[in-house]
Design a protein around this ligand. Structure first.
Ligand SMILES: Cc1cc2nc3c(=O)[nH]c(=O)nc-3n(C[C@H](O)[C@H](O)[C@H](O)COP(=O)(O)O)c2cc1C
Length: 227
């Protein structure tokens, strides 16, 4: 299969995952091209946080109420960021597209812009992968990222067949990476496991990569496999 991996990475963790996926898919006999999405101008972390501030007050209600969550994920203001010209602006010649980025509360802004700009997605089976600091919390991490991603992919008349989320154990907020310690604690409380149990190098990470690649390359295409 011809597989394109477009990915954005600000601090290198998602890039490492993209390269791991490329190596794994190549070892399975597929032909893989990488598209590194670059922003036109790099923003400070404080500027990145600004578009998210207005969405923070709804977070408690979001976490507590399923109906509100469904409503909100259709309507929240998704920020975008200008990206540089793409090497593959039209992806119609690929059999699979495997899009990756970090979680920035929701979709990372350059990935949101990529999904708007890219041509030729219609009818394509798409995989989506991400890194974030936390453990794989179903509502706060997975749903908050992959539901809006799936909506945007489906708006392009493509379908999401496979998702992968790995903890980077890294968060640049606030001053001294304090958020990383918050997520370490959440991992212990919610899963009774250390945050490093959900990293790429862990047996769990290895298994998730394998499941993702298998679902991505499966010849039959159930519409929501591995979601
Ligand atoms: C603006 C912003 C928002 C973030 N939001 C989250 C979040 O909601 N959950 C989380 O676990 N990590 C969050 N992170 C941490 C990143 O997702 C994490 O560090 C990621 O692995 C970075 O990937 P990269 O090195 O490829 O850029 C956020 C980081 C930034 C800069």
């Amino acid at each position: 299969m011809n597989i394109l991996i477009p990915y954005y990475s600000r601090s290198g963790h998602t890039e490492r995952l993209a390269l791991t996926l490329a190596a794994r898919l190549r070892s399975l006999g597929h032909c893989v091209a990488l598209e590194k999405i670059s922003v036109q101008s790099v923003r400070s972390k404080w500027r990145l946080a600004l578009p998210l501030l207005s969405t923070l007050p709804v977070l408690p209600l979001y976490l507590w109420n399923t109906s509100f969550r469904r409503w909100w994920l259709q309507r929240y203001p998704q920020a975008q960021q200008s990206i540089q010209a793409l090497s593959y602006p039209d992806v119609s010649s690929f059999d699979r597209i495997c899009i990756g980025g970090p979680k920035w509360l929701y979709i990372a802004y350059p990935v949101a812009r990529y999904l708007e700009q890219v041509q030729g997605l219609a009818g394509k089976p798409v995989g989506a992968f991400a890194t974030f600091c936390g453990p794989p919390l179903a509502i706060f991490e997975l749903e908050m990222l992959f539901t809006p991603l799936r909506q945007r992919i489906e708006r392009k008349r493509a379908h999401l067949i496979s998702t992968l989320a790995i903890s980077s154990h890294f968060h640049e907020f606030f001053f001294f990476n304090e958020m990383e310690y918050v997520f370490r604690l959440i991992s212990r409380l919610a899963f009774k496991k250390s945050l490093s149990s959900y990293m790429l190098e862990s047996p769990w990470g290895e298994r998730e990569v394998q499941l993702f690649c298998t679902a991505l390359c499966a010849p039959s295409l159930p519409k929501s496999a591995n979601l």
